[in-house]
Design a protein around this ligand. Structure first.
Ligand code: AR6
Length: 180
């Protein structure tokens, strides 16, 4: 499936494995422990090698002894991955209270961290829509609105990529937006 550009070309909808993205930063759909897991998290730690986990352990000790809160984001290096940084964020589990606000927070806080580092490009997976069970259509609306609102008031990052694991998931995202 060809990439689709939205928001004057600043949002690119694409398909593939996020660990292969060559953007300066990729986003990890992590959990509060920052100690790894399945899905995107597993793929990032497997592909990036042990340095990412080492950095996460240090962050747990220094800044997040109780874990990274849901909706927050923190940056590490990307080890052996093509990206330079991984921005770890913790999505809500579907059924949590205030899940839409928390999911929007993941996108906003990640983009804040990217802007702080003056990054031009960042690539997101569809946070919470795998193991955490957030319905893809609902997540699409929240993710799109959060990114649109952030980019309206910030020149950086210049470009955001939404990387869907399958063409079908990218299609669900685009169809959901076109339905308003
Ligand atoms: N590239 C792009 N998208 C992917 C990839 C990949 N390599 N792998 C999966 N997806 P998930 P969550 C899609 O489960 O729901 C972990 O154990 C997938 O199809 O990775 O936020 C963490 O440690 C889905 O659409 O993240 C947490 O405990 C989306 O990425 C928990 O899972 C997100 O799926 C987080 O669950």
């Amino acid at each position: 499936m060809a990439d689709t550009k939205l928001l004057d070309g600043r949002l690119i909808v694409t398909t593939g494995d996020i660990t292969r993205m060559t953007t300066e930063a990729i986003v990890n759909a992590a959990n509060s422990s920052l100690m790894g897991g399945g899905g995107v998290d597993g793929a990032i730690h497997r592909g990036g090698g042990p340095s990412i986990l080492e950095e996460c352990k240090r962050l747990r000790k220094s800044r997040y002894p109780d874990g990274l809160p849901t909706g927050d984001a923190v940056v590490t290096g990307a080890g052996n991955l093509p990206a330079k940084y991984v921005i770890h964020t913790v999505g809500p589990v579907w059924g949590d209270s205030g899940e839409a606000e928390k999911l929007a927070g993941c996108y906003r806080r990640t983009l804040e961290e990217a802007a702080k580092l003056s990054l031009k490009e960042v690539a997101f997976p569809a946070i919470s829509t795998g193991i955490y069970g957030y319905p893809k259509e609902e997540a699409a609306r929240v993710a799109f609105a959060a990114v649109r609102d952030f980019l309206e008031t910030s020149k950086l990052p210049e470009t955001v990529h939404f990387v869907f694991f399958s063409p079908r998931d990218a299609r669900v995202f685009l169809d959901t937006l076109s339905q308003g």
